[in-house]
Design a protein around this ligand. Sequence first.
Ligand code: SF4
Length: 302
Amino acid sequence: MSDNLVEFIKERKQKLNAVIMAHYYQRPEIQDLADLVGDSLQLARDAAQAQADVIVFCGVSFMAESAKILNPEKLVVMPEPEAGCPMADMITADKLRKWKASHPEAKVVCYVNSSAEVKAESDICCTSSNAIQVVNSIPREYPILFVPDKNLGNFVALKTGRKIECWPGYCPTHQDVTAQEIQEMRARHPQAPVVVHPECRPEVIKLADEALSTGGILKYVEKSPAREFIIGTEAGLLHQLEKRFPDKVFHIAREEFLCPNMKLTTLENLAYVMDTLEHKVEVPEDIGIKAYHSLERMLNIS
Ligand code: SF4
């Protein structure tokens, strides 16, 4: 059954001149079928250069929206339109406008895990790969408002020494990891470095050897002489790690380290969307233009 679906998806991809993009948190079978697999930054770059007529985005809605904003003339579809991001939903454009009004001197840095409307209200976007670079690109005289992830914002403030006020948003999947779980994993695997995502709580980041984006974790493992690693991010990344480094061993920092929204994309709904081209991603033109500038500023500096 799944072999038939895979064959069908490949045939449709060719017929439609489509490209399938997938985030590292997608199910293994989706990652294996995708033409491009990456973190938010890599996928944004790839989307900006996409040559295909149709972009099939396997991820959550803010990522597919970014692909559409960067390719307004292309057809962008999502296999599962209900795949949202609870962190992105923790701020709205209206709330951001009010926050900005009380800090008129500040620049707004917006994590890409946000809606098109919020990006449109921001000065520049960032991902977890380039957040430090993005903040450092802003002249020091400007205070910074960071939305929506308080954990990433506080991490960047620590790394850059900049004054950053953070919106109190968070990723429920990464927020669930506790310092105690990290300590227990270290006790069980004392030889394994701990690498976590900066969406984790500050006390978890403090206990880790490194806090890196998903793309950064892959590079870290590639360079490290260690044979075993404790990985503090969504379990989908283990598929790439195990595929690329079959002689190394990876321990997930907590059981059930899963983003339910990322897992909504399946072979079945991917095949369906490629058959019907339903679930088109649309961004109103005025919002798309403003959000494009925030994304473009980011892509120009990293
Ligand atoms: S892992 Fe967290 S930030 Fe990423 S899509 Fe899921 S809920 Fe949103």
